[in-house]
Design a protein around this ligand. Structure first.
Ligand code: ATP
Ligand code: MG
Length: 648
């Protein structure tokens, strides 16, 4: 892939301002001086093809109007003096009791001793000034559109909180939600947060067994469930799923019946409940990871640090400005939806557009039209969505200024398509456990397509070998963090802590360059071992995507004669006639060999679709298990539309 990146080409759209770029890069180098290992690295880098990377300067108007102009200065301040850096930002919020210490690195706690409440900061704090401002725009799967002001959300959620209290829900109790993205889901999250209860959001589409298992694991005392949700225009019934999941369990259910206003009427009958100040570390929610590598873990986030971390990212990384409209295509019940569909936009007093159905339903044109119609300024989406849009060719004009991409590696081809068709792409790397972006390319710095970027304030990252020894630029190794930001989780259920030996092991394979830019190569446990070389799945997939006929690709390694054999599952952009398949496979193989260097020829398998998690990540371990005929393990996170990797 390194070769696949090509040479530095000034794009015509944005003439290369070399001196500015050189200046910006030297500032990044200053920042990364912080990141340099104190001693010379002890291991020699493995041989690598020479790295020629495209460097793209962000457009001037974007940089000049950025909410954060001096990124290197901010980063330095965050590491040298986290107390004042994050403390002064946190003081914008309401704290019932001020914190004693901003950050305790020994326990990874933030704002210890402080007492606050996420719902109070999302709603009450903005009144009366923003009473009439629209906080949420909701578009249901049946096309029903509504706008909800801060006053309305506060009124409805505080009454719903009263209903929860009447049902016996108390501070610290866990309540599960099985609802599609929409008003009822948002209100439920805010109402539970308000009374210090813990919301456990379970995305619709989970089957009865997976639902039951999570309900039992989280020990919830109430379930709020919808009796249906819309998927690609179809109303999918949920009552049978919930009833099967609950069989034999004594768990009360508060139903949201689709097509009726029963739920809202019931909510409005409640006696408004006040927001309860809770310790900063008090659990706000439990949310499961995507389940890409195995059984999903239950990540617990708290009220205080999470609020500060997601809000900082929305204002200073995603650059949201007052009066602008934010939209994420992520399900509200995935971490991206929790953090940026709901909480961060409300913490900042902004406006978020929530859409129930798939972004490209009924077609990509409808997606572009929606963005234009609502005047969405900043979009946060995933590489999967961008690849789907790219497959359909050119985009239509939208109002977008910035497109965040999270969840998987953003291949250079897809980065370029996004920039040429939508708006400035902003790749950002994080995990459910981290709550908010940890690595990204701030929009005042040059982007290097294929590289996610540099650490964000409060975060220090390295690439290390299996023993935790820092590797030099260019070498592939494990991505670890030395420090994580304020939105770091407060607890983890059903998994081991990622902190070992003073390092946070992310589970991802990465490399970094001389300027401190990181490139995510895939999951460490999915690394493909060919001879002496170690290839990340993202490297092979990005190379495959540079072939003009490849829309999607998933790479795995399977046991071969010498080390592993690379298998690439490719979804062709257009249907390939049977008699041309062998020829196209040969062409893609040759193309890959040109880009990957001296590796044994990969095997190409054409498929109609790839298995994905509900959050849109390619589930490679399922492809591998299907190919080898072995048990794939826990695939409860598999998207419901997948019907097997039909070879095409
Ligand atoms: P599980 O932990 O259950 O296996 P998961 O890791 O997929 O699931 P998430 O927390 O939703 O669950 O995803 C985090 C992971 O997503 C990261 O560890 C990384 O592998 C991948 N990821 C997220 N953002 C990016 C990005 N910008 N570039 C590359 N990979 C990314
Ligand atoms: Mg993970």
């Amino acid at each position: 892939l390194l070769g696949a990146l090509g040479v530095v080409v000034p794009t015509r759209r944005f003439p290369f301002a070399f001196s500015r770029l050189a200046r910006a890069l030297s500032e990044v180098a200053q920042v990364s001086a912080h990141l340099r290992p104190p001693e010379p690295p002890s291991l020699a880098p493995p041989p690598e093809p020479s790295l020629q990377v495209e460097v793209v300067e962000p457009p001037c108007p974007l940089k000049e109007r950025a909410n954060l102009r001096d990124y290197p200065g901010a980063y330095r301040a965050s590491l040298e003096d986290p107390e004042s850096f994050f403390g002064s930002f946190a003081r914008e919020f309401h704290w019932e009791t001020p914190w004693e210490r901003v950050h305790d690195p020994a326990t990874h706690t933030w704002f210890g001793g402080g007492r606050t409440n996420a719902a109070l900061n999302a709603l009450d704090r903005h009144l009366p000034e923003k009473a009439q401002q629209v906080a949420l725009i909701t578009l249901d799967g049946d096309g029903h559109l509504e706008k909800w002001t801060y006053r309305e959300l506060l009124d409805l959620s505080s009454r719903l909180a009263g209903v929860f209290q009447n049902l016996g829900v108390k501070r610290g109790d866990r309540v599960a939600l099985y609802l599609p993205t929409g008003l009822e889901a948002a209100l439920s999250l805010l109402a539970l947060a308000r009374i210090g209860a813990v919301h456990v959001a379970l995305p619709v589409g989970l089957g009865p067994e997976a639902l039951r298992e999570r309900l039992l694991q989280s020990q919830v005392r109430l379930l709020v469930a919808a009796d249906g949700y819309f998927r690609r225009g179809q109303l999918i019934p949920l009552r049978p799923v919930v009833e099967a999941a609950l069989s034999g369990l004594d768990l009360p259910v508060l139903w949201h019946t689709r097509g009726t206003t029963e739920f809202l009427e019931r909510a409005s009958e409640g006696k408004p409940a006040d927001a309860v100040p809770v310790p900063a570390q008090q659990p706000l929610f439990i949310l499961h990871t995507s389940g890409s590598t195995g059984r999903p873990k239950g990540v617990v986030h708290g009220h205080g640090g999470y609020m500060v971390g997601v809000s900082w990212a929305l204002r200073y990384l995603f650059d949201l400005k007052p009066g602008e409209i934010f939209h994420t295509t992520a399900d509200l019940f995935w971490v991206v939806g929790h953090s940026f569909g709901l909480y961060a936009p409300l913490f900042l007093g902004g406006t978020s557009l929530l859409v129930e159905d798939r972004p490209d339903h009924p077609n990509p044109a409808a997606f572009y039209e929606r963005l234009r119609r609502f005047g969405v300024d900043v979009l946060l989406t995933s590489p999967t969505v961008l690849r789907t849009l790219r497959r359909h060719g050119e985009a239509r004009p939208t109002s977008l200024r910035l497109v965040g991409s999270v969840g998987e590696a953003l291949a250079p081809e897809v980065w370029r398509w996004t920039w040429e068709n939508l708006a400035w792409p902003l790749d950002n790397w994080w995990q459910t456990e981290l709550g908010a972006p940890a690595l990204a390319t701030p929009l005042t710095l040059p982007a290097k397509p294929g590289f996610v970027g540099i650490p964000l304030p409060g975060v220090e990252a390295r690439v290390v070998d299996a023993e935790g020894r820092v590797l030099p630029p260019g070498a592939k190794g494990h991505l670890v963090l030395l420090r994580a930001g304020p939105a770091h989780m407060v607890d983890l259920l059903g998994g081991e802590s990622p902190w070992r030996g003073g390092l946070y092991w992310t589970g991802d394979l990465a490399t970094w360059d001389e300027e401190g830019y990181f490139r995510i190569l895939g999951r460490s446990e999915e690394v493909i071992k060919v001879g002496e070389a170690r290839l990340g799945t993202a490297e092979v997939e990005a190379a495959a995507l540079t072939h003009p006929q490849v829309a999607e690709a998933a790479a795995i390694g399977i046991p071969g004669e010498e080390g592993e054999e690379i298998v690439v599952f490719a979804v062709p952009k257009k249907e390939v006639p049977e008699e041309l398949k062998a020829l196209l496979a040969e062409k893609i193989k040759a193309h890959l060999l040109r880009h990957l260097g001296p590796v044994p020829p990969p095997r190409i398998v054409f498929v109609e679709r790839l298995p994905r998690t509900r959050s849109g990540k390619i589930l490679r371990r399922l492809l591998k298990a299907e190919l080898l005929g072995v048990d794939p393990g826990d695939v409860s996170a598999l998207e419901e539309e997948y019907g097997g990797a039909k070879t095409s």
